[in-house]
Every structure is written in structure tokens, then in C-alpha cells.
Design a protein around this ligand. Structure first.
Ligand code: ADP
Length: 191
């Protein structure tokens, strides 16, 4: 199973990604989490990424592409993976196509969580209180949403043309969203 999960910042991708990945027995690979781990450990990659993340900007494609390429080459990702937060630019889509083609596999589906943009800022500010992420200030949140709309939202149409998009309403309780995701993926399986 090779899946992507997409949606604006605060859509709950990370939360849902873990559950979906566990269900299919594949690793959930979050580029945001990998960057944050590198920042925490003070690696050269972390030092470079932090400058962008703190401003709500995307880390340069080259850096991100190499990181993902290495990660999905690891043994646990051979049966498949669920990517959370990648690709986020058209250039990253092309790179990912190349990485997957090279293994002789294909992408199975792109889960898109749809959410009400206004509800998102509130969610993210709440997360700032509980998790203390450096990029969860109101100003940076708004910038991340803007960058998402400009750079990443257009990817949904690209994957839509390939017939891969599975749209799920991401509003409401975590468990309800999870149920909707599994129902949508089941349908996909049968078609
Ligand atoms: P969110 O989905 O809440 O915006 P993430 O945890 O997925 O947050 O990512 C946090 C930050 O990490 C992003 O704002 C960006 O700076 C960086 N990042 C994550 N994934 C990518 C990517 N595919 N390309 C470029 N930058 C990325």
C-alpha cells in the first residue's frame, strides 16, 4: 500500500496518518516530524530546516527530496508507506513519481482531508498550548496556510486527474474522521 495524506496545516493529518498506516502495516512517514527530530538533535539538516520552518516557509525541495528518498529506501518501507506532508510542491510530485517508478510500484491513493479554514487557526493555536511547536504562532500559522494554498493545494487537481484522490471530511471528532477514512478506503478497494 502506497498512500499519501494531504490537507491544510491543522487538518489532522498526523493523527489520522498513524491510524491508517497501522491498519495497513506500513510506516507513517511525516516530513514535518523528521524535520522536527533533526531540529531537536541539532543535526546539520535540522539547522538548515529550522530557518524555514520557524517562518512558516517550505524547506527547499532538494533538501526535502533527498530526505524522503533515503527514508523510503529503508527496509520497513519496502512493503509500502503512508507519506504525510510530502509531496507539497509540483517539483516534489515529479521526484516522488521517479522514486516510486524506480521500485516498479505505483501510488494507490491520495487521501485528502477537507476542513473549514477558519476552524484551523483555532485548532493550531490550541496545539501551540499543548505541544509548544515553534511554528504555531498566529502569524506563522497564517503564513503556512497561505503557502499551502499557493504551493500545495494545486497538487490535489494533479492527483485528481490521475483518479487517485479520496476526499474525506476532516471536521468533527477524531474517531469519526477515522471511520470516514476507512469507509472511503474500503470503497476504493472494492472498485
Ligand atoms: P503542518 O502540516 O502543520 O504545516 P508539518 O509538521 O507537516 O506541519 O510541517 C512543518 C514544517 O516542516 C512545514 O511548515 C515546512 O517548513 C516543513 N516541511 C514539512 N514537509 C515539507 C515538504 N514536503 N517540503 C518542504 N517543507 C516541508
Amino acid at each position: 500500500m502506497r498512500l499519501l495524506i494531504m490537507g491544510p496545516p491543522g487538518a489532522g493529518k498526523g493523527t489520522q496518518a498513524s491510524a491508517v498506516a497501522a491498519h495497513f502495516g506500513v510506516p507513517a512517514i511525516s516530513t514535518g516530524d523528521i524535520f522536527r527530530a533533526n531540529v531537536a538533535q541539532g543535526t546539520p539538516l535540522g539547522v538548515e530546516a529550522k530557518r524555514y520552518m520557524d517562518a512558516g516557509e517550505y524547506v527547499p525541495d532538494e533538501v526535502t527530496n533527498n530526505m524522503v528518498r533515503n527514508r523510503i529506501a529503508e527496509p520497513d518501507a519496502q512493503p509500502g508507506f503512508l507519506l504525510d506532508g510530502y509531496p507539497r510542491t509540483l517539483a516534489q510530485v515529479t521526484e516522488l513519481d521517479g522514486m516510486i517508478d524506480a521500485t516498479g510500484h505505483k501510488l494507490d491513493a491520495v487521501l485528502v482531508l477537507t476542513v473549514d479554514q477558519d476552524a484551523l487557526v483555532g485548532r493550531l493555536l490550541k496545539r501551540a498550548e499543548t505541544e509548544g511547536r515553534a511554528d504555531d504562532t498566529e502569524e506563522v500559522i497564517r503564513r503556512r496556510q497561505e503557502v499551502y494554498r499557493e504551493e500545495t493545494e494545486p497538487l490535489i487537481a494533479v492527483y485528481g486527474e490521475r483518479g487517485l484522490v479520496v476526499e474525506v471530511d476532516g471536521m468533527g471528532e477524531i474517531a469519526d474522521v477515522q471511520q470516514r477514512i476507512f469507509a472511503a478506503l474500503d470503497e476504493l478497494d472494492q472498485s
